[in-house]
Design a protein around this ligand. Sequence first.
Ligand code: FAD
Length: 517
Amino acid sequence: MASYFRFSKALVMLGLTFVVLTQAQSQPWSLLQAPKDLTLKLIRDPVTLSLASTDFGHIVHDNPFAIFSPSSISDISLLINFSNSLPIPFTIAPRGQAHSVNGQAMTNDGVVVNMTELNGFRNGSGIVVVSDGTPYADVGGEQIWIDVLHATLEHGLTPLSWTDYLFLSVAGTLSNAGISGQSFRFGPQISNVHQLDVVTGKGDLVTCSSENNSELFYAVLGGLGQFGIITRARIALGPAPTRVKWLRLLYNNFSAFSADQEHLISLNGRNETIAADYVEGFLLLNQPPLDLSSFPAPDQPRISSLVTQYGIIYIIELVKYYDNSTQEHIEEEVELLVEGLKFVPTFMFEKDVSYEEFLNRVHSDELFLRSQGLWDVPHPWINLFVPGSRISDFNEGVFKGIILKQNITAGIAIIYPMNRSKWNDKMSAVTPNEDVFYAVSLLHATGFDKVEEFQAQNQQILDFCEDAGIEIKQYLPQNKTRKEWMKQFGSKWKIFQERKTQFDPNRILSPGQRIFN
Ligand code: FAD
């Protein structure tokens, strides 16, 4: 992607004579009005524009007026100041890896900021690891997590909280929350940030933390790109393990599955010696295609029979880290960890892999899907946080009542609990109002002709929750109306709006979230 952007700089002059109507379609602005330092960095060739008009979802297509290639942080301030100086400011969408699925990093008629261009400005110093005292990494917002992992491992250190997939930008995940099987223990990624550099919607470059400029700090974390552009994040680090025991336990009974998941996350802080380092879960549905390739080949027939017999099999995915110093006791600790768990006897599978292989596990799936032409296809995903007290109702109504019955699923269904105590309520991110809540992700990939069918199913799931009084929150939300956004933020809506007025009064940032634009 970055090379396309670089190539197209040569074509920038083509765009200079274009005049376009702004978002409000009433006041024209032209590149000729832009400060000289900006014009050569505003790209308007059709190839570049079309690349920025799509994302991982392949569902929404917006047409930006130009793509901005910043070569410094002050370029970003300059662009924001230019927009604010116009009678009708244009919108600005920072774009990390564009792994959103609903146009969140897009803009119609505004300017997309290609954040990856900052790599050139950093000149190799996009990730600086400080290992003295309490270790941390200073990371450019445009950096991707796999590179953060590599840079920190060189010092025997690692971030503590992850996402399942590591080719996402640091600012992109911090704008949402950044969750995975470590969240129950360390909280989401936004709970593991000490400090941020942010260019606000007013064009000011501000360093903020829980102590200084804390209102901006809390606004930006989980703030869906609404308040400022993150240019640097200081990420907490800890000692890196070298290897992991990676277990999968199969359940034919949802109550046993969820009770065991909740038991496992409750060990955190109570029994650190045996507590797991990662807890997730997923479903095997009696629907084609049933992909059992990650299980040992000799066991696949008996797993397949189990799925046919019960319709849905629930799987706990569990990981325990270790290294040379703890190797001696790891088998014993794993035994203690699974003792008393109520999975189907003999249906426990174990792998022993390196820490990096485990964290980067989705990348091999990506390479396979790319090789089959199945990566750049529509992704009508839905991600929800479900209150722990209603997860059984959700299982009955959604997994059994909608997904299994309708039989149109061709995707991955993930489900795992988290502890709300690890989230900071001052941040913009929202969760259900219960101590334990579940992340549920229905990650569909489909053909262009089937998108509406999946979207209808997603809507049916939301309607079911509404009718059943299950007070879910959407993660990576895709609300369409002001009313839906107010409901999403609940009691935080007022402060979210106030922060918008304070930090981005002209409402120019991240319009693709469709909250204020
Ligand atoms: P983009 O799509 O580029 O941007 C997302 C939003 O952030 C946009 O509104 C954009 O304007 C804004 N933004 C981008 N850069 C900045 C910046 N510098 N400053 C301020 N705002 C900015 N999420 C999880 O939490 N856990 C997972 O396990 C997980 N797995 C995933 C697996 C895959 C295969 C994919 C495609 C996504 C996954 N996600 C997961 C979702 C992912 O975290 C979000 O979509 C995230 O926003 C992607 O980062 P990005 O760099 O692509 O962001």
